[in-house]
Design a protein around this ligand. Structure first.
Ligand SMILES: Cc1ncc(COP(=O)(O)O)c(C=O)c1O
Ligand SMILES: Nc1ccccc1C(=O)C[C@H](N)C(=O)O
Length: 423
């Protein structure tokens, strides 16, 4: 592979998603590689917020049923628009809540300790919020997390072995909750095999898709996954705090939600104001209260880009970008003490590259001072996400060369090797 910038420029010419980049607000002097933490704003997402504001302006309360996107049906509509990203039937997805509140809802609904089966299986590498939620759900059922939450260990601190996960599925496990893609190493778990093995043992299984949705394809319905949940502010570019999503397999339709509210209702019945809930007959049943419309609105714009681009093309470009980035790191940064700690194998490599370095915290600060935006993850990780819809190969080239000069001139030493508040 050539390390010349002209090679990167050639790759950009062949990029079939090229046009989408111009739809995002990209500052010309900034190189943004943090789309796995907060995706960039697109003009379509901005426009969609204006459209919802306009219906509020024009219709007041009647915006629930009037206007371009009647609010009463927006969560369902956005669910249908997201279904192809997770391989779901349209009615299996709803846009609602946040990652953590959806996990609470789904655990309250699907974790039914019974007889010997009283434990939840998770892993030791998942994002803390999921672990906090699972522990508190156990406590609500009067179960001690120290005893009832089992966390699969990682052999190398970065990845999980499918065989270790399966081995941990003992006859005491009632529920498994795992990430689809690990937030640090970017490893993709074999959701299909793990689901099959869980079901063989009579265990319900759900996945956190925060780092996989919009980055890799999924086949949740075919894989027979029981439930999944995710945020929409990373690869889906819904904006800070945008409304999350969840999937419930159609085989569970008709069950009562663990945490009910009037938006769990069948829509025809909702305004009958009865005190006994008739829950929606699809994933809509897992909604609770009034949708956060202004935080859902950007998704109308951003999801339309995914419908047009298609997750297949997005994944293809993402793999080329991360391959190119790793190759450049191998050749240009070899002498500077970096380790590529994400899997290289395409079958289990997610959408970002994870570098480790003992000086990672201050290297990230030096990158930011040079207008390159990575993110730092404790204790020594640098995440770099070249995003298919808006990053170019040339940007990857520039970023690696800036990183190289920071290492060569040791300018990172001007900063303290300590994380900031957020990263
Ligand atoms: C894997 C994972 N789960 C949960 C969360 C937290 O979710 P939220 O703050 O959207 O509830 C994040 C990131 O914030 C995450 O990366
Ligand atoms: N929600 C946030 C709010 C503020 C700062 C970061 C986040 C993240 O989403 C971090 C992300 N979950 C991560 O994988 O590190």
């Amino acid at each position: 592979m050539s390390t010349d910038i002209t090679y990167a420029q050639e790759l950009d010419k062949e990029d079939e998603l090229n046009e989408f980049r111009h739809e995002f607000y990209q500052s010309p002097e900034r190189l943004y590689f943090d789309g796995n933490s907060l995706g960039l704003l697109s003009k379509r997402a901005e426009q969609a917020v204006n459209t919802i504001m306009e219906s509020w302006k024009q219709y007041g309360i009647d915006g629930w049923t009037e206007g371009e996107h009647p609010w009463f049906y927006l969560s369902e509509k956005l669910g249908r628009m997201s279904a192809h990203l997770v391989g779901a039937q349209p009615k299996e997805v709803i846009i609602t809540g946040s990652t953590t509140t959806n996990l609470h809802q789904l655990t309250a609904s699907f974790f039914q300790p019974n007889g010997k089966k009283t434990k939840i299986l998770a892993d030791e590498l998942n994002f803390p919020s999921d672990i906090y939620a699972l522990k508190s759900q156990l406590q609500l059922k009067g179960l001690h997390p120290e005893e009832h939450l089992i966390q699969v260990k990682s052999r190398n601190g970065h990845t999980l072995e499918t065989s270790d996960i399966i081995e941990a599925m003992t006859d005491e496990i009632a529920l498994v909750v795992l990430p689809g893609v690990l937030y640090r190493s970017g490893q993709i778990l074999d959701m299909k095999t793990i689901t099959k093995e869980a079901h063989k043992r009579g265990i319900i299984i759900g996945f956190d898709l925060c780092h996989s949705i919009g980055s890799i394809p999924h086949q949740l319905n075919d894989w027979d996954v029981d439930f999944a949940f995710w945020c929409t502010y990373k690869h889906l570019n819904g904006g800070p705090g945008s409304v999350g999503g969840l999937f419930v397999h159609q085989k569970h339709f008709g069950n009562h939600p663990g945490l009910a509210g009037w938006f769990s209702s069948n829509k025809e019945k909702q305004f009958d104001m009865e005190h006994s809930l008739t829950a929606a007959s699809d994933a809509g049943a897992y909604q609770i209260g009034t949708p956060h419309l202004l935080s859902a609105a950007p998704l109308l714009g951003s999801l339309s880009m995914f419908e047009e681009a298609g997750i297949g093309k997005i994944r293809k470009k993402s793999l080329l970008l991360t391959e190119y980035l790793m190759n450049l790191i191998d050749t240009e940064l070899i002498d500077h003490g970096f380790t590529i700690a994400n899997p290289r194998d395409q079958a289990i490599r997610g959408g970002h590259v994870y570098l480790e370095h003992p000086e990672a915290a201050r290297i990230c600060k030096a990158l930011k001072a040079n207008r390159v935006i990575p993110d730092f993850r404790n204790p020594n990780g640098i995440r770099l996400a070249p995003v298919a819809l808006y990053n170019t190969f040339e940007e990857v080239w520039k970023m690696v060369n800036i990183l190289k000069s920071i290492m060569e001139n040791q300018s990172y030493k001007h900063f303290e090797n300590k994380r900031g508040v957020i990263a």
